[in-house]
Design a protein around this ligand. Structure first.
Ligand code: ATP
Length: 314
């Protein structure tokens, strides 16, 4: 089966800046693919090239088998796009907005079904300007679905939403996937990517630094488990000189563990220190931990005491 998106050697230069610097990735049909990266990494540039809105400087791009720059007319009817920071006419209702888009695409969607699909049935006739942030984003997703697309581009669909509204958009995205649509999701929320994406690519300074399933990336680039001890922050000063890689966190410390035995040694050291401790727990590294390391932002704040190089190689 042909990949929904195939990108090879993609380059986009703005004058002397290579904002996208020779990237390769593919998106498989029916998957949720998440494109992650810090501000200015090159995500929007890439996505807009895929959507046929920007011209590439080099490399090859195929979206549903078509070249988005030269064959946009054929592509437009098969993709749906929710832009970043979606806004609409203040005095139009969701029902009218869908009817308007349907006329533009010359299609006849079931408006009630589409509104129900994004959980907006009860807001069908309210003006856009009285919808909440989450409801507006859902309308953006509904408009991306008017032409019944095979592939949906959702650009930061949950930015600025409260946790409940975010989860409600997650449900909509899961539903798109269960219908067999391909979803290309950009987001700054790493937990969102971890929850929703079948596969992700991380871009930094115009280059892809990791691609794979979230759990694969955590296993491949993640470091050891961490032991969190709630207690006296002075524990950091005590454990560091003993060779532990330790970081102060709110209400206590976090120790990077090289092995299970190291966890036991750390607990013994804590107990022997005479300092107060209330509870402990261990946790695996998250996608966010790995992301921060891959884009080079994590080592600030990590105490490297005792000559060990931050808990060993990945
Ligand atoms: P964000 O997460 O902040 O939206 P991004 O990953 O989407 O960032 P891009 O918008 O693709 O990043 O920008 C990548 C780089 O290209 C940045 O350094 C940006 O300043 C630059 N850039 C983007 N568009 C243009 C343009 N039209 N002209 C010149 N430089 C641009």
């Amino acid at each position: 089966m042909v990949d929904s998106v195939e990108v090879s050697g993609l380059v986009k230069s703005y004058g002397p800046l290579r904002a996208v610097d020779g990237i390769d990735f593919s998106v498989r049909p029916g998957e949720v693919f998440s494109f992650l990266g810090p501000n200015g990494a090159g995500k929007t540039t890439t996505v807009e090239i895929l959507e046929g809105l920007r011209k590439r400087s080099g490399g090859d791009v195929r979206v549903l088998g078509l070249d988005p720059w030269h064959e946009l007319d054929r592509l437009r009817t098969r993709i749906g796009v929710t832009p970043q920071d979606f806004h609409f006419f203040p005095k139009l209702t969701p029902r009218e907005a869908i009817q308007l888009y349907a006329r533009l695409f010359d299609v006849r969607p079931d408006v009630a079904e589409l509104l129900a699909h994004v959980e907006l049935a009860d807001k069908a006739d309210d003006h856009y300007d009285v919808l909440s942030g989450g409801q507006r984003q859902k309308l953006g997703v509904a408009l991306a679905l008017v032409n019944d697309p095979e592939l949906c581009f959702l650009d930061e669909p949950t930015t600025g939403l409260d946790p409940r509204a975010r989860r409600s958009i997650w449900e909509v995205i899961r539903r798109l996937r269960s219908e067999g649509r391909t979803v290309f999701l950009t987001t700054h929320y790493l937990d969102e990517a971890e929850q929703l994406a079948d596969r992700i690519s991380i871009i930094n300074l115009g280059k892809i630094v990791a691609t794979g399933r979230p759990d694969e990336i955590i296993t491949r680039y993640g470091r050891h488990d961490r032991l969190r001890i709630v207690g006296d922050p002075g524990l950091a000063g005590h454990l560091g000189p003993l060779g532990f890689t330790v970081q102060e966190v709110p209400n206590g410390v976090e120790i990077e563990l090289g092995s299970k035995a190291e966890a036991l040694r750390a607990l013994e050291a804590v107990s022997a220190s005479g300092l107060r401790w209330d509870s402990f727990s261990t946790r695996r590294e998250t996608l966010e931990d790995v992301f921060l390391r891959l884009v080079g932002r994590i080592d600030e704040g990590m105490l490297r005491i005792g000559g060990r190089e931050n808990g060993g190689a990945p």
